[in-house]
Write a protein that binds this ligand. Structure first.
Ligand SMILES: [Zn+2]
Length: 284
């Protein structure tokens, strides 16, 4: 099984996770920019974070044979903090960089006027820079939030095939399917979607425009949920080709629209370093 996890926050994961993901067949990931579990207090924190998504983290992934890409944005939650508003001004210089395959995560957290403004502004940037967009949907009022999300996407004029609306469930999948946008599903250990429910949705809605991710971060999550969903699909009678479509070809097609995916095999160089740092410890 070859796997492309289209939404996983690797900066919060360990080297054991990278190794386990590689062993399970993960060869490529997209790491969306998001918040840090506690508020950032300045634009400089974002700049350093974006630089790590384009520098240290791809280096770390490559040490485990995995190609790492990222999406860049002011996330919905921090769009509400006036100290972070100027992040919008630094985005253009990141959106031209190799390794940045979309604008994201954008969208709604609490559906405030500040979030409205940041969401619309970043959809406009995606249009201007001809990039796909990763749209987060709120965990509260999900149906209402997703409906409003789709309205804002429509008003922006962006082509729906350049948009993935993520964190969907049984309540929200239908309206996103009808919109022409891609459908993203985060598979979690305890809450929201699990593998069994995902298999049912794939049976009902088919495999086209479907993206399955682990969304793993520093909260309770599991970076192997992609492979576990693949296994659940096989157990339920889907073919290996169906699994390959959902877990590899779909993310390649979607993020490939950036023109910036790098999917060649990684030559792992265990002696390599990045700006004087390495993933080796205690080995000189
Ligand atoms: Zn996320």
């Amino acid at each position: 099984m070859r796997i492309f996890d289209p939404h996983v926050h690797m900066s919060s994961r360990t080297t054991d996770d990278y190794q386990a993901m590689y062993d399970a067949g993960v060869r490529a990931v997209v790491e969306p920019a998001f918040w840090q579990g506690q508020p950032r207090t300045s634009v400089g924190s974002f700049v350093d974070y974006f630089d790590s998504l384009l520098g240290w983290e791809p280096f770390r992934a490559a040490q485990f044979g995995i190609r790492h890409h990222c999406t860049i944005a002011l996330n919905p939650k921090e769009a509400n903090d006036p100290r972070c508003a100027d992040v919008l001004e630094v985005l253009p210089r990141y959106l031209v960089k190799d390794g940045v395959v979309a604008v994201g995560e954008v969208g709604y957290d609490s559906m405030t006027p500040e979030e409205d403004e940041a969401f619309a502004a970043q959809l406009a940037l995606a249009v201007e820079f001809e990039l796909p967009v990763l749209v987060h949907t709120p965990h509260r009022d999900k149906a209402e939030g997703t409906k409003r999300t789709l309205d804002v996407v429509r008003e922006s004029g962006i082509a729906p095939e350049l948009v993935v609306v993520d964190h969907l469930n049984e309540l929200t999948v239908g309206m996103v399917a009808d919109s022409g946008c891609w459908m993203g599903f985060s598979i979690y250990p305890d809450t929201k979607m699990d593998e069994a429910r995902m298999v049912v949705l794939l049976r009902e809605h088919g495999t086209a425009r479907m993206l399955v991710n682990s969304a793993a971060d520093w909260g309770r999550s599991d970076p192997l949920k992609t492979v576990k969903t693949g296994r659940a699909m096989l157990d339920a009678g889907f073919t290996a080709d169906d699994v390959d479509r959902v877990l590899w070809r779909n993310p390649v097609e979607f993020y490939g629209r950036s023109g910036r995916l790098e999917l060649s095999d990684v030559d792992i160089d265990p002696t390599a370093g990045f700006q004087g740092s390495s993933v080796r410890r205690g080995q000189g």
